[in-house]
Ligand binder design. Structure first.
Ligand code: ADP
Ligand code: ZN
Ligand code: ZN
Length: 684
């Protein structure tokens, strides 16, 4: 009897595809193995076997697989199950999940003419043989730091909480020693013979934490993120399948896809960070939420840690879904920094600003440098100027592919679109009026760096943003230099706000709070508070109270007062009240439906038809279609429809209806070229 394989292809196609297993491989294939399959007229792809069965498909000619790559699965049953959950929940295809999950070198593809032999086969479980073993220290906890009284209390509370609940939120102020608590929990989990997944929101953070974990756990620790080469990532993957896997994986969001044999604990550090959400392409998953689901599949526990919990996690922790443990003292009782707001509107009016700097901030920087202390300057825009404008006629250069103005990058001397990456020459003259008076509007980190270099010529300066951290070593160098005091002033985007731990920072400057607060999103205030509280938390860590200069044009805004008082609870209370009133998460779940098309008129029509159809099914839970803030990206016009589902409504039903509408739309000839995708639980 012939055997058939249902396989997942690395393509955004719904469902699985069926192939015949040739006799010679009979009995050698299991779900989770990779096979090479012909697809279309010429292509061969690496596919993942989802099911082996004997039900001959009807209605089409079934092809044979071209090659069998594994005799041992590269995915464990739990992984396949997790993929299914992801594709279903985030309304994408199994192929989308597959593409995101596996390192590229594990999914070779080719042309039929070129024999599949050209596809390099990897040695299986290559490094299972040369894995160094590391012995847990047997004489008590001595490569571990002892916890202080507050930390010990929190640690015991977490362990007690895990008896009742699967998820615990640790709300601990910056520098309270949350990482030390994690280390103790990891130690405990390893003692039980189980594995730990430790998630961080940003690669920049892994550098520091790696060092701290390495000291305690040695080679039992594995690191996994996108700045590793593809082969390195594949090696980690294969090692996790071997008999001697890493016991701890430290990584960013994609590490939730790694195979774990016996996961016992997941730590999601800085759980509020929006970088946990993948924006593009699909699967648009939230690694924190997905990790909670993954953990439940292993009966593992989850610890969410942060000084500024997301409104959603706070809500879950205060309504009993999660446990809540609080840690209110900084380690060694260092005081939280003093936050001094500065009204830059008034200063600009009186012409007392020096570029992006208020006199007070300049004075504090001088004082810090005199005392050999360090400074962090936070500006949430990269590039030199977010916008160029003709002073004569007001012309602003825009991207030809996207509906956005271009950012000027001085180092490269070009204009760049931050949406599609397209670059343009800086025009000498305005193409609209021929005028030559083109000026920079606004400040990006590159311009701040320029100004700092002029104002403090003696200071050693570094900049940390997307443009300066293209490689792994670049990150490591910037952080290492600053940690060792080889840099005096560190300028950066939100990258510097994350949980980095520096000892000699006495001054933090938030150059412009308004860009964050004015962001067009219902989470803007929450996010502004989190960013400011986090970056402020970098100040005054070890031996003295730090100072934070908070420059803003909206000095009376409630968020500014809340940041000054470090009043998380007031912020979250205000936000919850607003969210309830305006029907946002955590009271409602959101699904954004995006429609894309080359032709705006046709798109408008299709979007209206789709919104109409959705309204028939979902009633007043549907808003739109609307133009999103950036309504054209990479030459495609975009419309957005918002669906709001009550917290206790059935998401299963909602997803079923959404899929049904999409199928109806795509079955209609007029809508053939329409692109539809979903963002479930969208973030910013
Ligand atoms: P958080 O993660 O809450 O911001 P960290 O764990 O980074 O705080 O701790 C802040 C600093 O205090 C770090 O330099 C850390 O090494 C130190 N620290 C915290 N707890 C302890 C402890 N129990 N023993 C020794 N050092 C500690
Ligand atoms: Zn002009
Ligand atoms: Zn563009």
């Amino acid at each position: 009897m012939p055997h058939f394989l249902d396989v997942i292809l690395p393509l955004p196609l719904p469902g699985c595809f069926t192939y015949i297993l040739p006799q010679k491989w009979e009995g050698q294939v299991q779900p989770g193995c990779r096979v090479m399959v012909p697809f279309g007229r010429k292509k061969v792809y690496t596919a993942i076997v989802q099911r082996v069965h004997a039900d001959a498909p009807v209605g089409y000619e079934v092809k044979e697989i071209a090659d069998l790559l594994d005799t041992r699965p590269v995915l464990l049953p739990v992984q396949l199950h997790f993929w299914e959950w992801l594709a279903d929940y985030y309304l994408c295809t199994p192929g989308d999940v597959y593409k995101a999950a596996l390192p590229a070198s594990m999914k070779p593809k080719g042309e039929i003419d070129a024999p599949t032999k050209t596809v390099k086969r990897r040695k299986k479980h290559a490094d299972a043989d040369n894995v160094e073993s590391w012995e847990m220290p047997t004489n008590g906890n001595d490569r571990l730091n002892p916890l202080n009284e507050h930390q010990q209390q929190a640690y015991s509370d977490i362990r007690a909480a895990f008896i009742q609940k699967n998820v615990c939120l640790l709300h601990g102020v910056t520098s309270s020693g949350k990482t030390e608590i994690y280390i103790h929990l990891i130690y405990e989990t390893l003692k039980q013979g189980k594995q730990v997944l430790y998630l961080l929101p940003e690669i920049a953070l892994t550098t520091q934490i790696t060092e701290r974990l390495h000291r305690v756990f040695g080679t039992r620790l594995g690191i996994y993120h996108s700045k590793f080469s593809d082969n390195e990532r594949m090696d980690v993957w294969q090692k996790q399948l071997s008999d001697a896997p890493f016991d701890i994986i430290l990584g960013v969001r994609s590490s939730i896809f790694l195979p774990f044999s016996d996961l016992g604990l997941v730590i999601v550090d800085e759980e509020h960070e929006n970088t946990y959400k993948q924006q593009d392409p699909a699967p648009r998953y939230h690694a924190r939420n997905a990790a909670i689901v993954l953990a439940s599949m292993y009966h593992a526990k989850v610890l969410l840690g942060t000084a500024t919990p997301s409104v959603e996690s706070w809500y879950n922790a205060t309504t009993g879904k999660y446990a809540l443990v609080e840690l209110k003292e900084r380690y060694q009782e260092i005081q939280l920094p003093e936050i001094i707001p500065v009204d830059i509107k008034e200063l600009q009016h009186k012409k007392r600003m020096n570029g992006a700097f208020s006199p007070l901030l300049l004075r504090y920087i001088h004082e810090a440098l005199d005392q050999k202390e360090q400074v962090i300057l936070f500006q949430n825009r990269r590039g030199f100027a977010p916008m160029i404008e003709c002073n004569t006629c007001g012309w602003v250069p825009k991207c030809k592919n996207c509906d956005v103005s271009l950012t000027y990058h001085k180092g490269l001397n070009q204009l760049t679109c931050h949406y599609c990456g397209y670059t343009y020459q800086l025009p000498r003259r305005c193409p609209a009026c021929e005028g030559s008076d083109l000026c920079n509007r606004g400040f990006g980190t590159e311009r701040i760096e320029d100004e700092v270099a002029t104002l403090f010529p003696q200071a050693r300066i570094a900049r940390m943003d997307l443009d300066t951290t293209r490689t792994r070593t670049a990150y490591e160098r910037i952080i290492d230099y600053f940690t060792k005091g080889k840099t005096d002033i560190l300028i950066g985007t939100q990258m510097v706000s994350k949980g980095l731990d520096f000892d000699h920072v006495s001054v933090v400057g938030i150059l412009n709070a308004d860009t964050m607060m004015n962001f067009p999103d219902f989470r803007a205030y929450e996010r502004a508070f989190q960013l400011m509280a986090q970056v402020a938390g970098r100040a005054g860590r070890k031996n003295k109270r730090g100072r934070v200069v908070l420059q803003t044009k909206s000095i009376d805004h409630p968020i500014i007062g809340q940041v000054m008082r470090n009043d998380y609870e007031q912020m979250v209370a205000d936000q919850l009240a607003e969210r309830q009133l305006f029907r946002y998460p955590p009271y409602y779940r959101l699904v954004y439906v995006y429609l894309k098309h080359r032709n705006e008129v046709q798109l408008e029509l299709m979007a209206n038809v789709m919104a109409q159809r959705l309204t028939e099914l979902f009633d007043n839970r549907v808003l739109g279609p609307d133009k999103p803030p950036v309504a054209r990206i990479q030459t495609l016009f975009i419309r957005k429809i918002v669906v709001k589902i009550e917290q206790h409504g059935s998401m299963v039903d909602a997803r079923r209806l959404l899929r049904r509408v999409q199928q109806e739309m795509l079955a209609d000839d007029r809508f053939k070229s329409l692109m539809v995708y979903y963002d479930v639980d969208p973030v910013g």
